[in-house]
Ligand binder design. Structure first.
Ligand code: UDX
Length: 475
């Protein structure tokens, strides 16, 4: 009928890379978009989907959105293939050769439905679709799951090479301060650059891959960041010069919590959660526990593992430590554990294979977080107001830990050091010697984070803008 307006409900495809640190925030985004009335198709690899549905409440949680659905796409790897950082190269090759062509076919053939408005893809790997593929008709949004400061650093690496500031000239060059990274002059040392920069040849394939993938971010229709203006405003501004259509909508877990204040935490775990640690925490004095977790893909040799263990026991402080079953390389059974470690752990420690991390960080017994500086862990610690010791491991984490310690003043940077003396000393510095100072700055940042996701806050407004823009695309 003339004059009648048809309102089409937007339909968004969301596809994270199959890692816990990517699935978590993208599921939170999926829930937020669903709450805003947008239909969502969430694409998983069969491996992630199996683990997710086994160990989390996602199926029941999303069942309240009738149009929401999970679909799967192969990652091309056998089901029992390890999915830790050590096997990253296998995953990248397989995703490029197997998953990418299938995804393209799906997008071109209308597999996800003729009503599909746009796709929000994991933004690190623009290789999931080709920007100049004219047959893909829908807009592609990139969700950059790293901090803005690390993404901006990746953007600047090309210029650092042109300036002759890279490659890093050996171990003795690692503490050289980089004076001309725009927007972060004199902040980063060579050792704080993403780990891909630790090469002697700037033509290194992994470094070039990272540079190109980052530069191609500007080809996305829009870019989404799990960050907020009060934390990373100046750097977000720099990125906007290259990716003008940018939404900073984080911390996403806090935004979701603000929209659903009476609901329990959304559990997106790929591992079985051991909630017994919450009971153990209930019996510890306030602020007395250092929570230790290195995220979902960190792997370390037995030597480093033992240094951490000794350091935690030697610190004399209480500790709750997440030791994933696949976290330590090599066999454990044939190594003798010193009696004092067993004894110290019995007295003051508690270990689990996987913790309900957001709840743990919010617990009053936890006084600090020894973390690998994954971006989700960093944001979760920020929101919980807990200072950090950063033992960053790879990639973006090396930039994050520098910002935590030297820019945001939320803790200590322990990168590249792993000895028991340093662990014990830093745990005491965080929980005792400099406790007041760190707790004060952590509380201030937590307030800013929570303010950003409430009505009137920057992330709240950017999320509304994202919903409006997706809705406009569907009309
Ligand atoms: C990966 C990359 O390694 C990281 O550099 C990048 O910033 C994000 O993607 P991951 O290493 O797993 O992530 O770390 P992180 O980003 O911290 O994500 C881990 C997630 O697992 C967090 O949301 C955390 O709450 C959760 N987690 C971790 C648990 O729920 N329980 C645990 O015991 C440990």
């Amino acid at each position: 009928m003339e004059g009648e307006s048809h309102t089409q409900i937007p339909h968004v495809l969301i596809f994270p890379l199959p890692f816990q640190g990517h699935i978590n925030p993208m599921l939170k985004l999926a829930e937020l978009l669903s709450l805003a009335g947008i239909n969502v198709t969430f694409l998983n690899t069969p491996h992630s989907h199996r683990h997710l549905t086994l160990h989390s409440d996602v199926l029941s949680r999303f069942s309240r959105f009738p149009a929401f659905r999970f679909l799967t796409i192969t990652d091309g790897l056998p089901p029992d293939h390890p999915r830790t950082f050590d096997y990253c190269a296998d995953f990248i090759t397989s995703f490029e050769t197997v998953t990418k062509p299938i995804l393209r076919d799906f997008l071109v053939s209308g597999h996800f439905g003729s009503d599909l408005t746009c796709a929000i893809l994991d933004g690190f790997f623009k290789f999931l679709v080709d920007a100049d593929d004219a047959e893909i008709k829908i807009p592609i949004f990139g969700f950059r799951l790293f901090s803005a400061c690390s993404v901006w650093t990746y953007f600047c690496v090309h210029d650092l090479i042109q300036d002759g500031q890279l490659p890093i000239r050996g171990e003795e060059d690692m503490d050289r301060v980089l004076t001309n990274v725009p927007g972060m002059e004199n902040v980063l040392r060579c050792r704080d650059l993403p780990s891909a920069c630790r090469v002697t040849d700037t033509n290194d394939s992994v470094l070039q891959f990272n540079i190109i993938q980052t530069q191609r971010s500007s080809e996305f229709h829009s870019v989404i960041f799990n960050s907020f203006e009060d934390l990373e405003g100046p750097v977000l501004e720099k990125i906007r010069t290259l990716c003008p259509n940018l939404y900073a909508i984080g911390p996403l877990h806090a935004l979701l919590k603000a929209k659903l204040p009476n609901e329990t935490e959304c559990l997106n775990n790929l591992w079985e959660v051991d909630r017994s640690c919450l009971k153990w925490l209930d019996n510890q004095p306030p602020g007395s526990v250092i929570y230790v977790s290195f995220g979902s893909i960190t792997v370390m040799g037995r030597e480093k593992f033992m240094e951490f263990w000794h350091g935690l026991v030697d610190s004399g402080r209480n500790f709750l430590w997440v030791i994933r079953p696949d976290m330590v390389r090599g066999k454990n059974g044939d190594v003798e554990i010193p009696a004092e470690l067993e004894e110290g752990t019995r007295k003051r420690g508690y270990t689990v294979g996987w913790a309900p991390q957001e709840e743990v960080l919010a617990h009053e017994a936890v006084g600090g977080f020894l973390t690998h500086s994954g971006w989700n862990s960093t944001l979760e610690s920020v929101v919980a107001g807990k200072p950090m010791i950063c033992w960053s491991y790879i990639s973006d984490q090396l930039v994050n830990s520098r910002f935590v310690s030297n820019v945001w003043k939320l803790g200590l940077d322990m990168k590249d050091v792993c000895d028991r003396g340093t662990v014990a000393k830093m745990v005491n510095e965080l929980l005792v010697d400099r406790k007041e100072e760190f707790m004060r700055s952590a509380a201030e940042m937590a307030n800013l984070a929570k303010r950003s996701v409430r009505p009137g806050g920057s992330s709240y407004a950017d999320f509304d803008r994202l919903v409006q823009d997706i809705t406009a695309l569907s009309q």
